[in-house]
Design a protein. Structure first.
Length: 110
């Protein structure tokens, strides 16, 4: 995954409102009005959040007459999870080596 895309994904996920919007869109597509219901912010503020999510590739917006429903696009999330899991595997391997080293040295000190 190019770093630019990863940066956009994590920047979009950094905001709790945007994470909530993504959670809602995981249930199915929704309009700006529907997405705004649980929040005490203006419709333009929700639209700005949607633009950030769209720029990060996390949502797709379509046109149906006067409606512009949004839907989740999970590919960038999958790529971010893959990146995180790769880092996790690296650190787990390091911790396993450290644990083995400490056990060996602990046995030698006795």
């Amino acid at each position: 995954m190019p770093n630019d895309q990863l940066n956009l994904t994590f920047a979009a996920l950094a905001d709790p409102t945007r994470r909530s919007i993504l959670s809602r869109l995981a249930e199915g597509e929704a309009t700006v009005n529907e997405l705004a219901v649980p929040f005490s912010v203006s419709l333009p503020a929700i639209s700005r959040h949607l633009k950030v999510l769209e720029r990060a590739g996390l949502i797709v917006r379509s046109r149906e007459a006067q409606w512009r429903p949004s839907r989740l696009q999970a590919d960038p999330l999958d790529e971010a999870v893959e990146w995180i899991e790769s880092r996790k595997r690296t650190w787990e391997a390091r911790m396993d080596r450290l644990d083995a080293h400490l056990r060996r040295n602990g046995d030698q000190d006795e």
